[in-house]
Design a protein around this ligand. Structure first.
Ligand code: PEP
Ligand code: MN
Length: 271
């Protein structure tokens, strides 16, 4: 194990609680929902309204999209940030969006309540340093090939700059399986991180599986593994989504699923 200064539980700190809007992350269950990408104002408003009704407490949506191919939809940029913030304010939800470039940190921090660092940037150390200098909570996603030690060291980079509000997110890692599922959800890491770190730990079942039909079982299993929250991609018309069409669920599916998620959270508490 590396020589960590900040991430591990210690006598003085067993649990970090991060207040965002009305939610005390780490104490209240965090349910982040919204589209993979912000596509237009009506899309994000419609989704925001329905996920809020279903109990989501943070709205997500990508404006700067890291894509494998440069020819795929790469997001609306600043316009996307404006749409997301407008929709969030309209329904009364704080927002989260990804920042990919050190040059955009100030702007994204101005618009967004939480900064997301994506899997591809988990070891972009200059980006980690920049978000570590802001006063916004940071959701750090595990790198697609990263060990637990590397993941925790990335959190250390952010915390070492003074920002202690880091949320860890397991979003699947690349294993032997590439055909049936997009990635492999590593739930043992969730349980382990809950043992050793005081930071909130959440799961993104959407990118972990790449399949809409696997989101529900992975959500419920993640809750049982001890996660503090979930980040789920929801789209009003998944077939027509400009990114990650296969893994997004409809607002109706999300509504049914969130009832089961909250029931499971209660069940787990009473075990
Ligand atoms: C996302 O959440 O929009 C995303 C791109 O996720 P990841 O970085 O985990 O692939
Ligand atoms: Mn996506």
């Amino acid at each position: 194990m590396s020589n960590f200064k900040y991430v591990l539980k210690n006598e003085n700190l067993q649990k970090t609680v991060i207040k965002v809007g009305e939610t005390k992350i780490g104490e209240d269950f965090l349910l982040i929902a919204g589209p993979c990408s912000v596509e237009d104002i009506n899309q994000v408003e419609e989704i925001a309204q329905s996920v809020k009704k279903s109990g989501a407490n943070v709205l997500r949506g990508g404006a700067y999209k890291p894509r494998t191919s440069p020819y795929s939809f790469r997001g609306l940029g600043l316009q996307g940030l404006e749409y997301l913030r407008y929709a969030g304010q309209k329904v009364g939800l704080p927002i989260i969006t990804e920042v990919c470039d050190t040059r955009d940190v100030e702007t994204v921090a101005y618009y967004s309540d939480i900064l997301q660092i994506g899997t591809r940037n988990m070891q972009n150390f200059s980006l980690l340093v920049e978000v570590g200098k802001t006063n916004r909570p940071v959701l750090l996603k595990r790198g697609i090939y990263s060990t637990i030690d590397e993941f925790l060291n990335s959190a250390e980079y952010i915390m070492n700059e003074g920002n202690q509000n880091v949320i860890l997110c397991e979003r699947g890692i690349r294993t032997v399986e590439t055909e049936y599922t997009r990635n492999t959800l590593d739930l043992s890491t969730v349980a382990l991180l809950k043992q050793i770190t005081h930071l909130p730990v959440i799961v993104d079942p959407s990118h972990a599986t790449g399949r809409a039909d696997l989101i529900e079982p992975m959500c419920l299993s993640s809750v049982m593994a001890g996660c503090d929250g979930l980040e789920i991609e929801v789209h009003n018309s998944p077939d027509k989504a400009l990114s990650d069409s296969e893994q997004q669920i409809t607002p109706e599916e999300f509504s049914k699923m969130s009832t089961k998620i909250f029931k499971t959270v209660e069940f787990k508490k009473n075990l």
